[in-house]
Write a protein that binds this ligand. Structure first.
Ligand code: DX5
Ligand code: ZN
Length: 224
């Protein structure tokens, strides 16, 4: 198995049968479940809060990876922790106190992630990189599923990989947005550890078929 974890984003799943969709993904061999929390302020869309995370916690044993696209994330970290999140990621652009937010996540006994948007310099991650469990590079502008991968993200992954290897080898690199069978090998080879995949996994085909297609491309890329 290549050292790549797949974290399906439920954003394009059928919310009327969310439990089933998550179990279908689990049966297809995904590694984490990625949950996109949006507040209509940090991003121009609204999704769900801790209640839904809590409900999902009951239907799967997989790690829950909560991506907070909300302003003032500090206000809600405890709620998401109690709801059953295993990984909690905040955006560097969403708080002037990213360091405090990361410490709070760790104090809750959770894994801490820091995310940056496509227009944010990689340098924004550096002061905190030695303390992070996960660094998330957005490869679309956050807010919606089904957007096109921003090509410049691949070089950012490569640069972050070098920095990560030097400053904190145990921190995972995650990429989120527009990942498809056509580009998954590219981001894998650039050095990503976790791919978030929404519309290429939850669409009108069975999740297991989509997962096979995706992993087929990674296997074909060979070891990195
Ligand atoms: C974007 C979200 C992503 C996204 C992934 O704001 O953070 O998780 O929904 O979906 P796709 O893979 O369709 O881009
Ligand atoms: Zn996300």
């Amino acid at each position: 198995m290549p050292e790549l974890r797949v974290a399906p984003s439920i954003l394009t799943a059928d919310f009327a049968r969310l439990g089933e969709q998550i179990q279908e993904a689990e049966a297809a061999g995904v590694h984490w479940i990625h949950l996109d929390v949006m507040d209509g302020r940090f991003v121009p869309n609204l999704t769900f809060g801790p209640l839904v995370v809590e409900a999902i916690r009951k239907v799967t044993g997989l790690p829950l990876d909560v991506h907070l696209m909300i302003v003032e994330p500090e206000r809600y970290l405890k709620d998401f922790g109690q709801a059953g999140a295993d990984w909690i990621t905040v955006h560097a652009e969403a708080t002037p106190h990213a360091h405090r937010a990361v410490q709070q996540i760790k104090e809750l006994g959770k894994k801490a992630g820091l995310a940056i948007n496509p227009a944010t310099p990689l340098e924004a991650l550096l002061p905190l990189l030695p303390e992070l469990d996960l660094a998330l590079l957005m490869s679309v502008n956050p807010g919606f599923g089904g957007q096109k991968y921003i090509a410049a993200s691949t070089e950012r992954i490569r640069r972050l990989r070098a920095l990560r290897d030097e400053l904190n080898p145990v921190c995972l690199i995650q990429v989120d947005g527009g990942i498809k069978p056509e580009n998954v090998a590219e981001v894998y080879r650039a050095g990503v550890d976790v791919v978030v995949v929404g519309s290429a996994l939850f669409n009108n085909q069975p999740v297991s078929d989509n997962m096979k297609k995706l992993l087929g491309e990674v296997y074909a890329a060979g070891p990195r």
